[in-house]
Design a protein around this ligand. Structure first.
Ligand code: AMP
Ligand code: MG
Length: 282
């Protein structure tokens, strides 16, 4: 009897590169559709395809770890409730925890503020063979810091160039850098904040400051657009991911990460010749 399990079409290569921001084509965030999707399938079918992308990712991560020469830095930014935590959970479930580290950046400590703004991020860039995921990142230093006027304009304006130089230095040190902005609409944020308040198991994620930030929505959209336009470079691109639909968001992010690793083409290390002839003594 024929198996009922749907075979995922591995030859289909959707053009998710269209979400990449080209240095020559600046974007306006408010014009990017958070509901964009090329999938008409049911959620179940999208999740089946996500599983296929996760398998690719797991296999490539194993090769990256074994190769032990290069690494991958993934930056995730979004407004509150934008889905950073959910993306990490769904895209990286199944990846060997030994080869992957997640770093979440909150308000800087006094010690961190007493250093240059990149200090706290640099310490957590990935070692050879590893994947680091930044849940919020050095981009906060041109986003929240700008919108809430925590430093003066002449300070944050210089940071775009400093960020580009930092990321360039990382890429010259065999760290591939990719950056995702998870783009939700203001209405979707309202629904998600309400759901956090209604649901006791999600309520801990709510902070009153989320409302203050929501009221600064338009300022954030401008700051995010500027950050992306100034810092989407050929060596460290930004992708703007439509993120109102969680299953589509996860699929696109997983697909782009797997494609990035595939392009890196990590290799298992060469082993000494003749190992296959060795017999293990009883
Ligand atoms: P959450 O990720 O929602 O738990 O909250 C972390 C909070 O830390 C957010 O409100 C961020 O805006 C804030 N945050 C992260 N990085 C910085 C920074 N460099 N300066 C000031 N606030 C920051
Ligand atoms: Mg928050």
């Amino acid at each position: 009897m024929a198996s009922k399990k749907k075979v995922v079409d591995k030859s289909s290569t959707p053009d998710y590169d269209r979400y990449r921001v080209l240095p020559s084509e600046p974007i306006i965030l408010s014009k990017q559709d958070p509901d964009d999707s090329d999938r008409q399938e049911k959620k179940k079918d999208i999740e089946q395809e996500l599983e296929f992308q996760r398998q690719r990712l797991q296999d490539l991560q194993r090769r990256l770890y074994a190769e032990h020469k290069r690494s991958l830095l993934i930056v995730l930014q979004a407004m509150d409730t934008g889905g950073k935590d959910g993306t990490i959970k769904h895209v990286f479930s199944g990846v060997n925890p030994q080869g992957c580290q997640v770093w979440s950046f909150k308000q800087p400590t006094v010690e961190e503020l007493n250093h240059d703004f990149l200090w706290r991020y640099h310490q957590h860039t990935p070692q050879r063979g590893m994947i680091s995921i930044f849940n919020r990142s050095h981009y906060e230093d041109v986003l929240v810091v700008r919108v809430k006027q925590l430093v003066t304009e002449d300070v944050w304006q210089k940071r775009y160039q400093l960020i580009n130089e930092f990321e360039h230095m990382l890429t010259l040190n065999n760290i591939t850098v990719i950056k995702f902005y998870l783009n939700i609409s203001k209405d979707e944020q309202k629904r998600r904040l309400e759901s956090r308040l209604e649901n006791p198991s999600k309520r801990w994620k709510f902070s009153r400051s989320d409302i203050d930030d929501r009221q600064l929505w338009d300022d954030y959209q401008i700051a995010i657009s500027d950050a992306i336009n100034n810092c989407s470079t050929g060596y460290a691109p930004w992708y703007i991911i439509p993120a109102n639909k969680k299953s589509y968001r996860n699929l696109v992010v997983a697909h782009i990460i797997a494609d990035t690793l595939e392009a890196m083409n990590p290799q298992y290390p060469k082993t000494e010749e003749g190992l296959e002839k060795i017999t293990i003594p009883d």
